[in-house]
Design a protein around this ligand. Structure first.
Ligand SMILES: [Zn+2]
Length: 298
């Protein structure tokens, strides 16, 4: 891949902090915003070329060539706002389109998230509105069915996770008319009783991809990366159906990568031969092509 790969500002800061333990996130963010503003105002490198914002933030104003000494970027990160639609060279666009349609076909329900994971950004200016809208719904949500009442009662009071409680959760999860805001509220509170339900479900069926997905969502509101890794690894070891294994490995990767874990790398080490080994090897080669940008080189 030649050219820059667009990276969101948040992603960039996160990755930078991961590689530079002592760095101050606010300072890095301010430096990127400063370089972005400079670029918008037409500031250029001393040699006359446009600024490379990602590099300028940490190395002082300069273009890619002057900062790195390399002629052309090759999968190097650039803050998406500075990419000007020059995200990919022409040669790449067909691959990119194929990749996008592949993702939409394979992930019809959550293709937006999947696309974001490979670097797309949705240019709507209403993420906060959406968040507020959700918060409002969650605030007014009340249980409407017997099963929802049982579930909420458990979530509020706790106790042992009985089969009935687990069934109430699963029923709600798979119902076409599920009371999403009601349940989402407990995810956002990182409610320990909700976590107990998920863990009970996984104890019964350790390779259930939906419960693992739920646990991943839960982990967004609780710090439990180690546990999440443990459950996904266990599921990958136990799953015997190779197609399901492949999907689990991809979910594992997608659901932990933003937190700094390289699941495919670990799986390649874990499964060095056999069909599972071939699957993870292939996945890691395909996915690496698109995520090189996250390895910020300074
Ligand atoms: Zn220059």
């Amino acid at each position: 891949m030649s050219g820059f790969v667009p990276v969101r500002l948040n992603q960039f800061v996160k990755q930078y902090l991961r590689n530079h333990k002592g760095a101050d996130g606010d300072e890095v963010r301010a430096a990127v915003e400063d370089a972005l503003a400079a670029r918008r105002q037409g500031v250029r490198c001393a040699c006359g070329k446009p600024l490379w914002v990602a590099g300028s933030a940490v190395a002082g104003y300069g273009c890619f060539t002057c900062i790195t000494g390399s002629a052309e970027p090759d999968g190097d990160p650039e803050i998406d706002e500075a990419c000007d639609g020059l995200f990919f060279e022409k040669d790449d666009s067909e691959d990119r389109i194929a990749q996008v349609s592949e993702i939409i076909k394979n992930h019809p329900h959550d293709y937006r998230e999947r696309l974001e994971e490979i670097g797309f950004e949705w240019r709507d200016d209403e993420p906060d509105l959406l968040y507020e809208e959700e918060a409002k719904e969650e605030y007014v949500a009340v249980p409407e069915t017997e099963s929802q009442r049982r579930l909420v009662n458990f979530l509020d009071t706790g106790g042992p996770v009985t089969r009935k409680v687990l069934d109430a959760y699963l029923e709600e999860r798979y119902s076409e008319t599920s009371n999403l805001p009601l349940i989402r509220r407990y995810f956002k509170q990182a409610n320990p009783n909700l976590k107990a339900i998920l863990l009970k479900g996984l104890a019964d069926d350790p390779t259930d991809p939906d419960l693992l997905d739920d646990l991943s969502y839960f982990s967004e509101f609780d710090s439990m990366l180690g546990e999440l890794i443990h459950f996904y690894t266990d599921a990958c070891l136990k799953e015997t159906d190779i197609e399901r294994f492949s999907l689990l490995a991809q979910d594992f990767h997608m659901n932990t990568y933003d937190q700094g874990y390289d699941a495919l790398h670990e799986l390649v080490t874990l499964f060095q031969s056999g069909t599972k080994g071939a699957v993870v090897q292939q996945l890691s080669e395909t996915i690496d092509d698109f995520e090189g940008a996250e390895d910020i080189p300074f």
